[in-house]
Ligand binder design. Sequence first.
Ligand code: HEC
Ligand code: HEC
Length: 223
Amino acid sequence: MCMIDKHREYSVPPRRSRMLAVASLLVLGVGALGWARADAPDLATQAFAQRLAIGVCGTCHGPHGNSGQPKFPRLAGQNGNYLVAQLKNFRGQTRGDPDAIGYMWGMAAELDDPTIEALAKYYSSQQPLPGRTGDPALAARGREIYEHGIESEGVPACSSCHGADGHGVADFPRLASQRSQYILKQLASFQSNMRNVAVMHGVAQNLRLNEMQAVATYLEGQP
Ligand code: HEC
Ligand code: HEC
């Protein structure tokens, strides 16, 4: 029942377009990967999303969503519902810090709902690679905050929503092995309301910079 044209080209600059074409051929050459299930988005949409993920999104997020660059978030193993919500937030221009505006509004503008669902399915089923382990003392402080919060400052335990292992629960995103620089920046954006989400504003409003750094360092080192 999918209404999109499977043969359309995603609008990218001409150079990228050629790269995408080459990448698509490579993907097609590899063939069906055999993981489609009955409840999956239809195969053509899934194949289109996979080409997009590898050929376009992958230039920043890594072909399988394990971004190698600190600024670009990892998407591998991320909660599918969360990914759908964020792509719709970028498309609807409601997630609005400068990096979201500069990098993701344009990327998401032309994605229709079935493609968003298929992209989320692709990334949530990729295996997340381990992140870097940072300074042990900072990570230990971060673990303390993650598991217990900071009572005197009214900061709740992160684990109560994001799960004891940081793998996310229901619609709460996975944080384990996420790039620490990205986590730090999101916490600052929640605090300043540039990324305007009431629940995370409440969590972050009293966090100091060194506490944000600690929890971000801890999380990147978690499998
Ligand atoms: C030119 C680089 C670039 C490309 C290409 C790109 N992204 Fe992004 N993406 C980013 C940056 C930077 C952010 C972080 C924005 C922020 O800091 O708020 C991001 C954030 C995201 C997020 C939010 C992750 C989270 O944990 O909340 C998702 C989902 C996402 N991108 C998916 C995609 C998809 C799908 C594509 C391809 C259609 C894509 N991106 C292409 C740079 C890129
Ligand atoms: C009451 C539940 C709750 C608690 C407690 C909580 N979070 Fe969150 N967190 C959320 C929700 C919901 C989101 C998704 C926000 C959205 O929809 O954009 C989120 C998103 C995030 C993100 C953005 C993830 C991404 O990929 O962009 C980070 C980073 C984060 N939380 C860190 C923390 C840290 C660190 C703590 C503890 C100090 C914490 N959270 C405590 C509910 C919670």
